[in-house]
Design a protein around this ligand. Structure first.
Ligand SMILES: [Zn+2]
Ligand SMILES: [Zn+2]
Length: 252
């Protein structure tokens, strides 16, 4: 086993709020620049870009299929999958339950699927940056039923963070871990939210611009950079470990 550096929260051209420079080719180049071993592309209620990033990345970085789902309570949850089909089927279900608001590029930005050759596959018409018509518990169940892992995104952040929105930590086993914002010190989160217990704290870049990729990261001590290994590390199994990188000094 060894340490692997991961940034599991990267947006692409498919997020209306993200830069149109975030094509699969640019994402892979920036991941190499940042020395990342493992990445996940998490667009708002969308998973599609991940498949094209995978085709380019080869062995390094390893690429998980991902998504940042906005629940009916407006809590944001990161979902990770190994196989493309599970992620894309869930994407289809979620997008069907989005409010029928067209994405006006002037107002919201473009939502473009770009492939591994830098070619536009399609524009997504319905606005993706909106809550799906499913509560948090149903979103988590759907992710897990399809073999995925659901983790609260930037849990301390207003808006969208689980802890900030709900104001309390859910009872039960879920979540296995929480992601915190790139600039929040770990000690601040553990002091504010004792309900976290011993759950691991993760950090991701939430990159909306190319240069932000890898600005925040988490290291995992694993046998291989796979979702099963990652899940085992979050449970602390077999000597696997998790270590969030340092906080960014500047907020945004
Ligand atoms: Zn965004
Ligand atoms: Zn995000």
């Amino acid at each position: 086993m060894r340490w692997w550096r991961a940034d599991l929260h990267i947006h692409s051209t498919l997020s209306p709020c993200a830069s149109l420079a975030l094509s699969p080719a640019r994402i892979v180049a920036e991941a190499h620049r940042a020395g990342l071993d493992l990445i996940a592309i998490c667009d708002h209620n969308a998973a599609e870009t991940g498949r094209y990033v995978r085709r380019l990345a080869g062995a390094t970085p390893a690429v998980l299929m991902g998504m940042e789902i906005q629940t009916a309570e407006e809590v944001e949850v990161l979902a990770y999958f190994t196989d493309e089909e599970s992620a894309l089927l869930l994407q289809e279900e979620l997008q069907a339950s989005l409010p029928d608001i067209p994405c006006d590029p002037e107002l919201f930005g473009d939502q473009v699927v770009v492939d591994e050759r830098e070619e536009i596959v399609r524009h997504v018409e319905r606005l993706l940056l909106a809550p799906v018509d499913l509560p948090l518990s149903a979103v988590v169940r759907r992710v897990e039923d399809r073999g995925g892992l659901a983790i609260p995104a930037h849990a301390d952040r207003v808006p969208g963070g689980l802890l900030a929105v709900l104001g309390l930590f859910p009872e039960g086993e879920w979540p296995l871990a929480v992601e915190i914002a790139p600039w929040t010190p770990v000690a601040q989160v553990t002091a504010s939210w004792p309900g976290l217990g011993t759950r691991p704290i993760l950090r991701g870049s939430d990159a909306h611009y190319p240069e932000e990729i890898g600005r925040a990261w988490t290291e995992f001590y694993l046998a291989a950079p796979t979702l099963d290994e990652l899940r085992a590390a979050l449970r602390g199994e077999g000597g696997r470990k998790v270590r969030p990188g340092p906080e960014l000094k500047e907020g945004r």
